[in-house]
Design a protein around this ligand. Structure first.
Ligand code: G3P
Length: 229
């Protein structure tokens, strides 16, 4: 597993990054991650996965993955297609793309069998404790009410991050623990890392920023500075 801290940038489907504008954001992320010692993983909209993966060196994750057969399965975002597009992994069970538990149990091993990494998301420490058993590379907690709010989970719900880290580690989870929702500043990042996470999931504060390079640099520098020596 990589030693660097991780920032997963979920582009979502914001108007600011649709189509070729995703490539501009991806190039900005590549510039920042070439000077700051933090990995910025990119999660562009589904139709842009292949183009982004070919345009930059950053690893690309899909925003979700679905079960569906290779062959006659119309529209499903299947793991094999994610891999063929050049992605390195997938976010799974995001609050905006929830997956029933039975779906997770089949999708996670299928992604892993293809060599794809998984960032599985939960909304509460209780859910995270169950998700830890999937042994994904990343385990993230995001309280849905703070997503897109501009109010950081690390400031508004510090106990939720501490509880998540505690239950994940007590469930013998050895991957990286992330948090997200409302992260807008370097200070939010520093607080989150102090509470025990290894990285962050972020979206609106970057995507909607007037200066993408500047906002990503602020967040990434805070993450880099919090690295253990
Ligand atoms: O996937 C990350 C996301 O849900 C956080 O969104 O806009 O609160 O940074 P945002």
């Amino acid at each position: 597993m990589r030693d660097r801290r991780t920032l997963i940038l979920n582009f979502k489907n914001y108007a600011e990054i649709l189509g070729a504008k995703s490539l501009e954001l991806a190039r900005a992320a590549e510039r920042v991650s070439s000077v700051v010692d933090v990995e910025i993983v990119l999660a562009p909209p589904t139709p842009m996965i292949g183009a982004v993966a070919s345009a930059v060196n950053n690893r690309v994750f899909s925003q979700k993955a679905e079960v569906g057969i290779v062959g006659q399965s119309t529209g499903a975002l299947i793991p094999e297609s994610i891999k063929a597009a050049g992605a390195a992994g997938s976010i799974l069970n995001h609050s905006e793309a929830r997956v029933p538990p039975a779906g997770l149990v089949t999708t996670v091993p299928r992604l892993k069998s293809l060599g794809l990494e998984v960032c599985v998301c939960g909304q509460t420490p209780r859910e995270v404790r169950k998700l830890a058993a999937l042994s994904t590379e990343y385990l993230a907690v995001e309280p849905p009410e703070l997503i897109g709010s501009g109010v950081a989970v690390s400031k508004a719900r510090p106990e939720l991050i501490e509880d998540t880290v505690r239950v994940a580690r007590s469930a013998a989870y050895h991957g990286r623990i992330l948090c997200g929702a409302g992260i807008v500043s370097g200070e939010d990042v520093r607080m989150a890392v102090k509470l025990g996470v290894d990285g962050l999931l972020v979206s609106s504060s970057v995507v909607k920023a007037k200066n993408w390079d500047g906002k990503m640099t602020e967040l990434a520098l805070a993450l880099q500075a919090s690295r253990n020596p």
